[in-house]
Design a binder for this molecule. Structure first.
Ligand SMILES: Nc1ncnc2c1ncn2[C@@H]1O[C@H](COP(=O)(O)OP(=O)(O)OP(=O)(O)O)[C@@H](O)[C@H]1O
Length: 583
């Protein structure tokens, strides 16, 4: 956001020297920000208060960018949303509406939200650079509209009136600071909710998010709406700060600069947003004082963003990782031993698949597959590479709406249901590739993926059952094997009727695979779910499964008890291309 220049010279502002608050912790960050604001309100000379306030105004908009950033989306039109907030405040001021600037500012935030949803709609289909282009287009269009439609009160030189208790610059700084702290607190608290976890999950894998029963569309739209709300608040704050706003305050270049600073500073962190605000407010001012065009500040921001991208993390993320690295590594507590006994066979049909077919162009991945997974069992699904196992999993879980045939779970048809509705109906799956979002702790991920209210005891029970790392460990710091177990734990916690595990032992040592097999045997009796285990490790399949189905070239070629099925020549032929028994 481009603010009016500070008109006088003096020593560097106290705000420029504000320390970054700790980048770890959750509620600690807003508290640290509050401390910074209070200290700054005391020590910053009158002379620098305008720029210090600008820091906070930008930081509020940056917090909003941090929300879409958490969800892995790019928004290049943050100042267009801010313009909506500022316009609303200016209009309510002209109308001399009830309430004061504070109420009008919140109204500005609310007014920006529908625009956020509007821009979020393309995000349901677009990602990365394509989404960035759409948001850039919106910013450019907003420039034209704002230039054509003047801000209310500008023609009549009508200043936005501040209430008396925030009339002075110092009072207004404190007000802006409190607003920043409140928004920071709200964002941090939201980050701990299911919605906040969904943002992180969407960023990591939309497929896994949907498979855990969460609506990807809702997660994305909520991120855009709340991001626009924060931007609208920021615009309202600016209107109160400068009194009279113009189109120049909200140009596309400003939005781009804000985005670039967000990439560099890492505005998913409160400290990162505050630091970004310092950069936005003070770097152009320093250039101005040096007699250099302020536009060079954007070049500097661009260089910083390139550096952050090439390092793979923002300044805040880098600091957070360093702080985490200082902590002792998360060692999984020892598992409680148990005797799994023999794999349960199951009786009543649970999953019934009839005539399932999937084509990818000319490739027939599945043809006329009939399959029944009984209630209360662990069943294996095996076959050589390219046999169609993952395609079957995708078709069952709803990722292939073009699949033909029918699928019922517990007598209820799943045909035509989208992924998250099938998950809600009781079908959970894991993925061959790691899909556990790295931005969460183990506990936060399990709570999110469980998709129901779970107690800490339940979390600990399942964590202990599978030997996962402690709930406080950060997913980012875990090895691939631990993440696979975590994914299995999450599906168990969701209490589904059927769990489809797509190669859960990939990344595990052989002994660990067998230990996992022992655990899976217990799942039906202990957690009330059948397991369909897709695995290449035949020792694990023999150990865990009461029965096994073999796919080859998209068709079922054998089914029955593992020892019997694996001894059949056609199964050996499918695997080895020769009549060698798989013993
Ligand atoms: N998106 C796709 N587009 C085109 N062909 C595909 C696609 N996905 C899978 N296939 C093809 O469908 C067939 C079945 O693939 P699938 O991944 O389901 O096998 P798989 O048994 O899971 O193999 P693996 O054990 O290697 O994971 C293969 O011939 C594969 O090349």
């Amino acid at each position: 956001m481009r603010h009016a220049d500070a008109k006088t010279a003096g020593r560097p502002a106290g705000a420029a020297r504000l320390p970054l608050p700790a980048v770890t912790g959750v509620l600690g960050q807003p508290a640290a920000a509050l401390l910074v604001v209070v200290v700054a309100a005391i020590v910053v000379p009158q002379y620098w208060l305008f720029l210090a306030t600008s820091v906070l105004v930008s930081a509020v908009a940056l917090l909003g960018l941090g929300i879409v950033g958490r969800a892995g989306m790019n928004s290049l039109c943050q100042l267009s949303f801010a313009a909506v907030g500022a316009w609303t405040v200016a209009q309510l001021n002209v109308w001399e509406s009830p309430g004061t600037l504070i109420l009008w500012t919140f109204a500005g935030g609310l007014a920006a939200m529908p625009f956020g949803v509007l821009i979020g709609l393309p995000a349901l289909r677009l990602r990365g650079v394509h989404l960035a282009v759409v948001t850039l287009g919106f910013a450019a269009a907003a420039d034209v509209v704002i230039a054509a439609v003047n801000f209310p009160g500008v023609d009549t030189y009508q200043q936005v009136i501040r209430p008396t208790f925030i009339a002075t610059d110092r009072q207004y700084f404190v007000y802006a600071g409190l607003m920043f702290v409140v928004v920071a607190l709200a964002v941090e608290l939201l980050g701990r909710t299911r919605m906040g976890a969904a943002w992180r999950a969407v960023r990591f894998s939309e497929r896994a998010t949907a498979a855990s029963g969460t609506s990807v569309a809702r997660a994305k739209l909520s991120a855009f709406a709340l991001s626009a709300f924060a931007a609208g608040l920021s615009g309202g704050l600016l209107a109160g700060q400068v009194g009279m706003i113009t189109a120049q305050n909200f140009g596309t270049i400003g939005s781009l600069a804000l985005f670039v600073v967000a990439v560099m500073a890492g505005t998913e962190y409160v400290g990162g947003a505050l630091f970004g605000g310092v950069l936005m407010a003070f770097v152009p001012e320093l250039f101005r004082r040096a007699g250099v065009s302020q536009d060079w500040a954007n070049v500097l921001f661009g260089v910083g963003a390139v550096q952050a991208l090439s390092q793979g993390s923002s300044i805040s993320e880098g600091m957070a990782r360093k702080l985490r690295a200082r902590r002792p590594a998360a060692v999984p507590p020892p598992r409680t031993p148990s005797d799994p006994g023999a794999p349960p066979l199951g009786t009543e049909p649970l999953l019934e698949v009839t005539g399932l077919g999937v084509r990818f162009g000319q490739v027939v991945a599945l043809q006329d597959v009939d399959l029944v997974v009984p209630e209360g069992t662990v069943m294996g699904l095996i076959g050589p590479n390219g046999a169609g196992k993952s395609t079957l999993t995708d078709a069952l879980s709803g990722f292939l709406p073009s699949a033909t045939g029918s699928v019922t779970l517990g007598g209820r048809s799943l045909d035509g249901l989208p992924v998250h509705r099938r998950a809600a109906a009781g079908l959970r799956r894991t993925f061959q590739q790691d899909r556990v979002p790295t931005g969460l702790t183990v506990g936060a991920y399990l709570r999110f993926a469980a998709h129901r209210a779970v107690t800490r005891d339940e979390l600990e029970e399942v964590r202990d059952f599978l030997g996962c790392p402690s709930l406080e460990a950060h997913v980012f710091d875990l090895d691939v094997g631990s993440r696979r177990l975590l994914e299995v734990a999450a599906t168990i916690l969701a209490r589904p009727r059927l769990i489809v595990l797509d190669e859960p032992a990939a990344g595990l040592a052989h002994a660990e695979s067998l230990a996992l097999a022992d655990r899976l045997i217990e799942v039906p009796a202990r957690f009330g779910a059948s397991v369909l285990l897709i695995e290449h490790d035949l020792d694990m399949v023999r150990r865990a499964c009461a029965s096994v189905v073999v796919l080859d070239f998209g068709a079922v070629i054998a089914a029955g008890p593992p020892a019997e099925v694996l001894a059949r020549p056609e199964v050996a032929r499918a695997y080895l291309g020769d009549e060698v028994a798989l013993t």
